[in-house]
Ligand binder design. Structure first.
Ligand SMILES: [Zn+2]
Length: 173
């Protein structure tokens, strides 16, 4: 509990990131990292990052360190961070959006969920044979990760994802 108090008392002001806050997430936060990437946020994540790496990535690249690990966050070298109070991803996202005063998402499906790279448009004829035939017939637009070669399309859950984030972007009463 003492560590919690120390961490809360050193919590930095994180408002005013333009165009959008950038993050590095600790090894426990794979699901959160994926959801932030879905919304288009730049999030470094690996389940092999050591604590020292997390801290140095945060400092070197100006990224907000996301963690629930009080022993990590209490370190003197940790400056920009959010101590996530909840284990639930929705609560975590809401806390992050509020702490950074973020009211717009960078953009759904703009970033690779596997490796964080920005996606680029790719023409339909270039994905023929590389996606399921039904997807090829029904989807007008495709995007491509130049790093890990994954192909993305909007799919049917896009609306559901949008609604979920819209709910989270509403400030709490
Ligand atoms: Zn990728």
């Amino acid at each position: 509990m003492l560590r919690h108090m120390q961490i809360r008392s050193k919590a930095p002001s994180l408002a005013g990131w333009r165009p959008a806050p950038r993050f590095v997430a600790d090894v426990m936060l794979g699901r959160l990292a994926k959801w932030l990437r879905i919304a288009g946020f730049d999030v470094l994540y690996s389940n092999r990052f050591a604590d020292d790496e997390l801290v140095s990535l945060s400092l070197r690249e100006g990224r907000i360190l996301l963690s629930r690990d009080t022993r990590l966050l209490v370190r003197r070298s940790v400056k920009q961070f959010i101590f996530l109070e909840s284990e639930k991803v929705e609560d975590q996202i809401r806390q992050i959006l509020q702490a950074t005063q973020t009211f717009d998402l960078p953009g759904l499906l703009t970033r690779c969920l596997a490796c964080n790279q920005l996606l680029v448009e790719i023409s339909r004829d270039r994905v023929k044979g590389k996606v399921p035939p039904y997807v090829f017939e029904t989807q007008p637009n495709f995007k491509f990760c130049s790093r890990c070669k994954k192909i993305y399309w909007a799919g049917t859950h896009r609306e559901a994802v949008l609604r979920r984030f819209e709910r989270l972007l509403q400030p709490l009463p």
